[in-house]
Write a protein that binds this ligand. Structure first.
Ligand code: IDP
Ligand code: MG
Length: 194
């Protein structure tokens, strides 16, 4: 087994993160926590690349629909009236479509991040999905006020600045998808690795 201090994760600065000028701030927050950037690039993704990035299995898509229904319930919105469906999978497909369109709306910055518990650490630094609920001190909590109520009403994805892998398995898939094999640049950080 690899040393747990060398765990890898994948982070991508989304269109709103790039357009708000937060590339430097996001990287700074990662480096500040002793995480290492070991691959980095700005690029314009294609629809196909983004479509492959987000899971296509029905469980993941239905979960996305389920979360949208929870928001509808909380704010007394009828999904049938607003979106024409009360089926979780159908709703999930709709949100996934919004998400793909949003992700190709500007260049993105992709990176591989390495360090102790990198997957959990990066998720913690980025914060939970919904900026209106994300704590201050997280990237999503500090720099976005978007909410699913507004996003759903405007039939678009929640804009939350950055994507970060949720599990080591997701990280492995995303690193392979966006960088292929052998993209990691090995180096020792002063004060961290030696
Ligand atoms: P994550 O980005 O925190 O991992 P996921 O549940 O994997 O969140 O959802 C993927 C993306 O889908 C979110 O980052 C957000 O942009 C978008 N999204 C999630 N829930 C909703 C919703 O209820 N309405 C619109 N967009 C959503
Ligand atoms: Mg996710």
């Amino acid at each position: 087994m690899k040393n747990p201090k060398e765990e890898l994760t994948y982070l991508m600065i989304k269109p709103d993160g790039v357009r708000k000028g937060l590339i430097g701030e996001i990287i700074r927050r990662l480096e500040q926590r002793d995480l290492k950037i070991v691959a980095l690039e700005m690029f314009q993704p294609t629809l196909e690349q983004i479509d492959e990035h987000y899971p296509k299995d029905e469980t993941w898509i239905a979960r996305l629909g389920q979360k949208t229904f929870k928001t509808c319930e909380k704010y007394n919105v009828s999904p049938k009236d607003e979106f024409g469906t009360d089926n979780e999978l159908e709703m999930g497909k709709l949100v996934r479509g919004w998400l793909v369109n949003y992700m190709v709306s500007a260049p993105l910055v992709k990176m591989i991040v390495q360090g102790t518990h990198a997957v959990d650490m990066v998720r913690k630094i980025v914060g939970p999905t919904l900026p209106n609920l994300a704590e201050m001190g997280t990237i999503r909590g500090d720099f976005s006020v978007d909410s699913p109520l507004i996003a759903n009403a405007e039939h678009r994805a929640v804009m939350n600045l950055a994507h970060a892998s949720e599990t080591p398995e997701e990280a492995a898939h995303e690193i392979e998808h966006w960088f292929g094999k052998d993209a990691v640049h090995a180096y020792k950080r002063f004060g961290v690795d030696e």
